[in-house]
Design a protein around this ligand. Structure first.
Ligand code: ADP
Length: 170
């Protein structure tokens, strides 16, 4: 009798998630069905001026993915190509909304495969319901006190209100 040991399929969904939107959650839920484990990895990026700290972003992600048992949230400060090796993941998941997303994502995916030939990037098309949605749009609406219920979960909306209040916006 031969014992078959199947390799666990692990995917990483990296991003800024500043903050997580319903568009991200849709990708997370769909990707979680395709893999044994999905690691949502918050990038500590150097170039952007974030609203939330990486720890706050990871904390919000943990709250909004609590219903998904095979999803975990992590923070990474390394090159993605190194990070996926460290996590023994095979796949990088990214979402595509527009043609301009595609051009950018193609460049990043090519660089990642050059840095780590085992890194396979898989693109998931946005749910048309959320094709217009980005963290920056959400921050802009939040900044001016607009209604966020169609874009983020109630816990994210609450966290944003507190941030903008802290900044003296309300
Ligand atoms: P990054 O700074 O790495 O682009 P984001 O948090 O903005 O981080 O996005 C992470 C990933 O999620 C990217 O692949 C992005 O294209 C995808 N994404 C963001 N918003 C949506 C959405 N509404 N629908 C589908 N994919 C999305």
């Amino acid at each position: 009798m031969s014992l078959q040991i199947r390799e666990e399929r692990v995917a990483i969904y990296p991003g800024s998630f500043d903050p997580v939107t319903l568009g991200h959650i849709d990708i997370i839920e769909r990707a979680a069905k395709q893999f044994d484990r999905l690691i949502v990895a918050v990038l500590n990026n150097l170039s952007k001026n974030p609203l939330f700290t990486v720890e706050e972003r990871a904390d919000l992600l943990r709250q909004v993915t609590a219903h998904l048992p095979n999803v975990e949230v992590d923070i990474f400060r390394d090159l993605l190509a190194n990070y996926i090796r460290q996590k023994e993941a095979q796949v990088i998941v990214r979402g595509i909304r527009t043609v301009s997303d595609f051009e950018y994502e193609l460049q990043i995916a090519t660089i990642n495969s050059k840095l780590n030939s085992d890194a396979e990037t898989i693109f998931m098309m946005t749910n048309p319901k959320y094709s217009y949605l980005s963290s920056s749009v959400v921050k802009e609406i939040g900044h001016f006190g607009g209604d966020l219920t169609e874009f983020v979960t109630p816990e994210v909306e609450r966290a944003m209100r507190l941030k903008f209040k802290g900044n003296g916006r309300e």
